[in-house]
Design a binder for this molecule. Structure first.
Ligand code: 5AD
Ligand code: FES
Length: 380
């Protein structure tokens, strides 16, 4: 509470002086009571990368301090990465999936999905195009499609690495045995993205059928870490049944895992899923969480996601202004783009790779940053 009028000033300071100081403090966002405490929490997050549960929940539950939070996150990001934004060329190489996550448009049970797979040659063509455009990371993402054997994946990874030894290969192909992860790593894969989706067991069960478990998900993430991958975890903001306490649990899990990359985007409904009628995740909350994550994990590679750009026209620029430092333009052949439909109205489905990159370059510049073309490894 900002000092009650007509009472004795704080710590013996005469009342008039208190009020004048209060006004100045409120202006500089260092006010008394609630204001000051919230500023203290932001400062504490920034300097210690941590805060108490109730402090984080308070920060998540109000939009009053968003600008202060954003500025702190931007400063932290700049102190580690300067104004650099890293680009990853995303190749969505299969939309077949054996799983049935309730939120995902390419779930195996969606009989309306028009399925496709890219051959090794098609994948390499995407890489060639991407390499010419300056990409030095290729992200191979797909549903859990068992048509590609471990040998196939290793062969694809090996081919990319031998053609482009200065590029990093990131895999994002779901849950596999540790032995498979080991083989991909030996074939040259550098990084692996596997969002944990939610760190609360009970919430996990609401988002997935019973064959999938948080325990297995976490085990995969720990295996990937142990094998020496740069690992990415993450979750959707505003997924059905998500409560602030779940987000807190996500942050605590991320503190435990210490991933190199964290993927955060709003949930967006897809018409052919059991969650078709749920609302999309909140835009401002997503930005706020990006800022909190930047403060808690200063070193992390944090993408401004396509989902964020889908719920708001300037979402990706704002993501960058709120602490993100990665963008992932699409390198998949345009004829397949619309088919990789995780959620409705996904952006960037019509543009060729070069157009996508030019568009993002312009957006990144507009947000006040600079795209660089190195591999963009994590800086611990
Ligand atoms: N809305 C937003 N993100 C989604 N994902 C899957 N379905 C949706 C959706 N409907 C995210 C998941 C997954 C990543 C590849 O895309 O978090 O891990
Ligand atoms: Fe494919 Fe979830 S629907 S992994």
């Amino acid at each position: 509470m900002c000092g009650r009028q007509g009472e004795v000033g704080r710590a013996g300071i005469p009342k008039q002086e208190t009020n004048a100081k209060q006004k100045a403090d409120v202006k500089s966002n260092k006010g008394f009571g609630k204001n000051r405490k919230m500023s203290d929490i932001i400062e504490k997050l920034k300097t210690t990368q941590n805060a108490e549960d109730d402090e984080i929940l308070r920060l998540l539950n109000t939009d009053e301090f968003d600008e202060e939070l954003r500025i702190a996150a931007d400063e932290t990001k700049k102190s580690v990465y300067g104004d650099k934004v890293f680009i990853r060329g995303l190749i969505e190489f299969t939309n077949y999936c054996k799983n049935n996550c309730y939120y995902c448009g390419i779930r195996g049970g969606n009989t309306n999905a028009d399925r496709y797979r890219l051959s090794k040659e098609e994948i390499l063509e995407c890489c060639a195009e991407g390499y010419k455009l300056g990409y030095r990371t290729f992200v191979l993402q797909g549903g859990e499609d068992l048509t590609y054997s471990d040998d196939d994946i290793c062969d694809i990874v090996q081919s990319i690495k031998s053609l482009y030894p200065d590029a990093a290969v990131t895999l994002s192909i779901g849950e596999k045995e540790k032995e498979s992860y080991r083989r991909y790593k030996e074939a040259g894969a550098d990084r692996y993205l596997l969002r944990h989706e939610t760190a609360s067991e009970e919430h996990y069960q609401k988002l997935h059928p019973s064959e999938l478990s948080l325990e297995k998900r976490k085990e995969c993430l720990w295996n990937l870490k142990e094998l020496g991958y740069q690992v990415g975890a993450g979750f959707m903001v505003g997924s059905p049944y998500q409560e602030p306490e779940h987000i807190l649990a996500d942050l605590r899990f991320l503190q435990e895992l210490r991933p190199d990359m964290i993927g955060i985007g709003p949930f967006i409904p897809h018409k052919d899923t059991p969650f078709a009628d749920f609302p999309a995740g909140d835009y401002k909350l997503t930005l706020r969480i990006l800022s909190v994550i930047r403060l808690m994990f200063p070193y992390v590679l944090l993408p401004a996601t396509t989902a964020l750009g889908t719920i708001s026209p300037n979402g990706r620029e704002e993501g960058l202004r709120h602490g993100a430092n990665v963008v992932m333009p699409n390198l998949s052949p345009v004829r397949f783009r619309e088919k990789y439909s995780l959620y409705d109205n996904k952006i960037c489905t019509g543009e060729e790779a070069a157009e996508c990159k030019a568009c993002l370059e312009m957006r990144v510049k507009k947000a006040g940053y600079r795209i660089v073309t190195d591999r963009g490894d994590v800086r611990r």
